[in-house]
Design a protein around this ligand. Structure first.
Ligand code: PEP
Ligand code: MG
Length: 842
């Protein structure tokens, strides 16, 4: 078969005018061309296109005569990868191509044998490992000396049964071939596809003249960047190593020196002030013209600067925000571009303490990242221990199999929460996010030994009182204490979000149950409260007892008596919420959970309740058993309680109306929104509406004060979605509770799905956890049906989403397309939602 040679047109020298495109030559080629166009001192560089590299991988032999001829004879070359996206990786760079016996002799003469030997040995070692694919153990990194070089050449020849290639053209051809094939390998392919690369992603290769000074003291190599990559603060960071060859090679070099003048030791600025000044100037030019903060790789030879390469500074989220805003403020990019440069999810990292990425991480367990942020504390296994720890002023991490409403005080007291069970909408996850407490759920490898007060993680056995760190942002449990970065809701963050608000066309409200939540919602500039889960107001100590008395009431009169005591507590809650929200809309959901959630579940708890109620333990236990249901999430809860025990909703409605009047008296007009949960039939809404209207009429007469309110429903059963047309006759608004709606559409328990969800997602049964990312196909179709049918009946029907999906960028896009008025999410996700909503308009 005739050998097919590579077409000369498939490689091009990078000049100001050569046709170099990202999609054909990769990011590095594109970037180098920009540097050339900016007149930066880039050495001669040739870029091979994706097509050329594909052809080489497929076995075509590149005719490199023309290519090599473009470089000076005796010029050492480097080859580096250039994929379309730097995150997709690529084979490591190979340096010093062209080293051979002849050059070794010449460099020995001009620069000394040590220098020549070091260069040749480094090349033989890397060629043997990465090109000839010989066992790395045969070519260990060693002190460069002539015997070591001779041994390496001998070993190469013995293994390969041929001498080490001396022809620079052949060396280069083999380097290109091995790099092209490495890119096609299965593991490299899987790795880049996991980072979003398409199956047919191409690789370009960059052949560049090396600008090393072969070890003269006045030469070296380094990297420089002009911001702190974690904070984004403008500052010169990087390293420079004398006699260094390449920026990568100095990253672990103990002799590397500082860049700017430093009392701790010598610096580039001292040694080569002109080159340093030139670098700083180039950095400014790159920022302005490449419209990015770049890291520059350079060499200095006899005081003369050469720029080898430049790439976007890899940065933490807080740096990304600061850089984007500063570039826009300096007029280098537009505000819209700045908004697009920050991923919405990255913002949530700025709202909480984070484990400092610069420190070490001893991971002992992993689970779902249910509530972002990080905290260190002593391990405790019960809510009582968490409260005791908090009262001693000691931070603790509460570890439970799963949490229940009884744990709410323990969760309040804990710095972080870790559960063995549960998914993204389990109790621990929802409360953790609501409280802003870092939380990991579904850490299935854990074994909690309550007797021994130990936690077995599979990698470690931890005792109560041991220090651990929870990183709820990534779902990792770390041994011991960690270094933290404090939240960064600073001027850069606020500026970016102000720009976002000026653009977005869908409102963002917060799910806020308590005054503390509401304050956070206000601080994050939510446009109101989209969901206030009132049951959470009853878990305070004194209220829980009254609540339990109400549940245990033997007669309507006893129940009315308990509710009368709850009324002022609820009223003051609402007055506080209304005043914090300063006239912004507040949507209050009437009582939702099954009553038995308020009952103690342990014998000790039942005994305490019997004491408080002054009733026999047997009676209290029997009543608790009576209230137990086989399937409480589908049982007597939500509007079903409202229909069968109407006094609870009546008390809540009265508290809301009295709070409205009181807040009005204080000068703030409020139009409360009252939301009925778990509706599935129009008649339920009619019945509850009639009672609430009656309470409103009574309060107006009693107080002699007019007020308005809006009544709406939560759509969280499939039937409510399907019957939206008739339900909308009695509703001013519909808010989609996608947690329950997902649960009921799939017939999948939101509290148990976490156990097998990762298996389902890995096996491709579900593309994502539907409790985490809205299932736009199934649940989404119900949303669209309900929206269309509801709005057909009632033109101005307000539509929104308040399930946990409300804060995710994908769901926001869906809701915006469907013409929703707002999304509502936990307070800490409000900034994420504001940015995501703005990006949809760009
Ligand atoms: C829902 O079901 O989506 C919802 C917001 O209500 P909860 O999570 O309280 O059931
Ligand atoms: Mg619900």
């Amino acid at each position: 078969m005739a050998t097919r040679y590579l077409n000369l047109l498939d490689y091009s020298e990078i000049t100001g005018s050569a046709p170099i495109a990202l999609r054909s030559h990769g990011w590095r080629a594109k970037c180098l061309q920009r540097l050339v166009r900016l007149d930066l001192p880039v050495p001669r560089t040739i870029a091979l296109s994706f097509n050329a590299v594909r052809a080489i991988a497929a076995g075509q032999v590149p005719d490199l005569g023309g290519l090599v001829a473009r470089f000076e004879p005796g010029q050492l070359l480097s080859v580096r990868p250039s994929a379309e996206n730097p995150d997709w990786g690529g084979p490591g760079a190979i340096l010093n191509i062209g080293m051979n016996d002849d050059l070794h002799a010449r460099i020995s003469e001009s620069h000394g044998e040590d220098v020549a030997t070091a260069l040749y040995l480094a090349f033989v070692q890397s060629y043997a490992q990465h090109v000839a694919r010989l066992d790395p153990d045969m070519f260990p990194v060693s002190e460069p000396c002539l015997p070591a070089l001779q041994a390496a050449l001998y070993d190469y020849e013995k293994e390969m049964e041929e001498p080490f290639p001396q022809d620079p053209g052949k060396q280069l051809a083999e380097v290109l071939r091995s790099m092209a094939r490495a890119w096609e390998g299965t593991s490299a392919r899987l790795l880049r596809q996991a980072k979003g690369a398409p199956a047919d992603a191409g690789l370009g290769l960059i052949v560049q003249a090396m600008a090393g000074g072969f070890g003269a003291t006045e030469s070296g190599a380094g990297v420089i960047q002009f911001i702190d990559p974690v904070t984004g603060v403008p500052q010169i960071t990087g390293r420079y190593a004398e006699r260094g060859q390449d920026g990568d090679a100095i990253s672990n070099n103990p002799q590397a020196m500082y860049l700017t003048r430093d009392p701790r030791g010598p610096s580039l600025e001292d040694r080569h002030p002109d080159a340093f000044a030139e670098l700083v100037r180039h950095g400014g030019i790159c920022r302005e013209k490449l419209r990015e903060e770049m890291q520059i790789e350079f060499t200095v030879v006899n005081g003369k600067l050469t720029v080898l390469d430049a790439l976007k500074v890899r940065r933490a989220s807080r740096a990304a925000v600061r850089v984007a805003v500063s570039l826009a403020e300096d007029g280098i990019i537009t505000r819209k571009e700045a908004l697009m440069r920050v991923t919405p999810r990255a913002l949530s990292e700025l709202l909480h303490r984070q484990v400092d990425p610069r420190g070490a991480r001893a991971v002992v367990a992993r689970g779902m990242a249910a509530s972002p942020g990080a905290a260190t504390g002593r391990l405790v296994f019960t809510s009582t221990a968490a409260q005791a720890s908090a009262s001693r002023g000691e931070k603790c991490i509460l570890v439970r199999r799963e949490t229940s409403p009884e744990d709410i005080r323990g969760m309040h007291a804990a710095a972080g929460v870790l559960t063995e069970r549960g998914g993204m909408t389990s109790h621990a996850a929802v409360i953790g996010r609501g409280l802003g407490v870092p939380c990991i759920v579904g850490a299935t490898g854990l074994r909690i030994d309550l007797k021994a007060r130990q936690l077995h993680t599979g990698r470690a056995v931890l005792n109560e009182g041991d220090l651990i760190t929870i990183d709820g942002t990534v779902g990792e449990v770390l041994l011991g204490e960690a270094e933290f970065l404090e939240p960064a809701t600073d001027q850069w963050f606020n500026t970016l979000l102000e720009w976002a608000d000026a653009l977005r066309d869908i409102d963002v409200r917060a799910n806020a149950d308590t005054p503390a939540d509401a304050r956070i919602a206000r601080d994050f500039k939510a446009k109101g409260i989209g969901l206030c889960r009132t049951e959470h107001m009853f878990f305070e100590d004194d209220r829980l007892t009254v609540m339990r008395e109400m549940i245990f009431a033997g007669s309507a009169q006893d129940r009315a008596e308990a509710l009368t005591r709850l009324l002022p507590m609820q009223r003051s809650d609402f007055i506080e919420l209304f005043s914090i929200m300063h006239g912004l809309p507040v949507c209050i959901r009437l009582f939702d959970p099954p009553l038995h959630e308020f009952l103690p579940h342990t014998r000790e708890g039942l005994k305490q309740l019997a004491d408080a109620l002054d009733r026999p333990l047997s009676e209290v236990t029997r009543r608790a058993e009576d209230l137990a249901e086989f399937n409480p999430m589908l049982g007597l809860r939500g509007v079903r309680l409202g229909v069968t025990v109407p006094e609870i909703y009546e008390m809540q409605a009265r508290a809301i109306f009295e709070a409205t009047i009181e807040t009005g008296r204080r000068g703030e007009k409020v139009v409360p929104e009252i939301m009925i949960p778990l509706v599935s039939a129009m008649r339920e809404v009619e019945l509850v509406k009639a009672r609430i209207d009656a309470v409103a009429a009574a309060v107006r007469v009693e107080k002699g004060q007019p007020f308005e309110y809006r009544l709406g429903v939560m759509v969280e059963t499939p039937r409510a979605a399907l019957r939206a047309a008739e339900i909308a006759q009695h509703a001013d608004f519909m808010s989609f509770g996608t947690n329950d709606l997902t649960q009921m559409t799939y017939g999948l328990s939101r509290d148990d799905a976490g156990r097998f969800m990762s298996y389902y997602v890995q096996a491709g049964v579900f593309p994502e956890d539907p409790f985490h990312v809205l299932d736009t196909d199934g649940v989404g179709e119900l949303l669209l049906i309900a929206a269309e049918r509801g709005r057909k009946t009632r033109k101005g029907l307000t539509l929104s989403i308040c399930g946990e999906h409300g804060g995710s960028p994908e769901s926001i896009a869906f809701c915006r397309d469907a013409g929703f008025d707002y999304v509502s999410c936990s307070p800490f996700r409000v900034p994420v939602a504001r940015l995501a909503a703005a990006q949809l308009t760009i």
